[in-house]
Write a protein of this length. Structure first.
Length: 135
């Protein structure tokens, strides 16, 4: 019985350590989301005379792709992607990366259609959309 008690105490200690690690990871993720929210808020507040959209960096687009991949269904990814492109201009390469997070071509096309006016290099946009129509 002493071995069982020792084992249970070790197990509880391990669970507590795992929970603390999970709490740390959640705190880091919350900080990251807060920073992204601040970035979007700043983008909305900054009014430039030529374009009301801030051009997204590759790091921002990668972070968005990561968040979109975490969504379980394409509907959630589409909703999240539409919110993101409201405030940023993206290159066709970034749009292609975000479109690849979707499972079905219908959702890829819906996303790309909404993102058309937010594309910073429209000369390449048609080719990007065309590849999903061809599939």
């Amino acid at each position: 019985t002493m071995k069982k008690i020792t084992f249970l105490m070790a197990l509880l200690l391990a669970c507590g350590t795992l929970a603390a690690t999970a709490d740390d990871n959640i705190a880091v993720a919350a900080d990251s989301v807060a920073a992204a929210t601040d970035s979007v808020t700043a983008a909305v507040a900054a009014k430039t005379p030529y374009c009301k959209y801030k051009t997204a960096t590759d790091g921002q687009a990668n972070a968005m792709a990561f968040l979109m991949k975490r969504e379980q269904f394409d509907e959630g990814r589409l909703k999240l992607g539409r919110k993101y492109i409201k405030y940023y201009r993206l290159t066709t390469a970034q749009l292609a990366m975000l479109a690849e997070t979707f499972t079905y071509n219908d959702f890829k096309l819906k996303f790309l259609k909404k993102a058309e006016k937010h594309c910073s290099d429209p000369e390449n946009y048609t080719a990007l959309v065309g590849q999903y129509y061809a599939q």
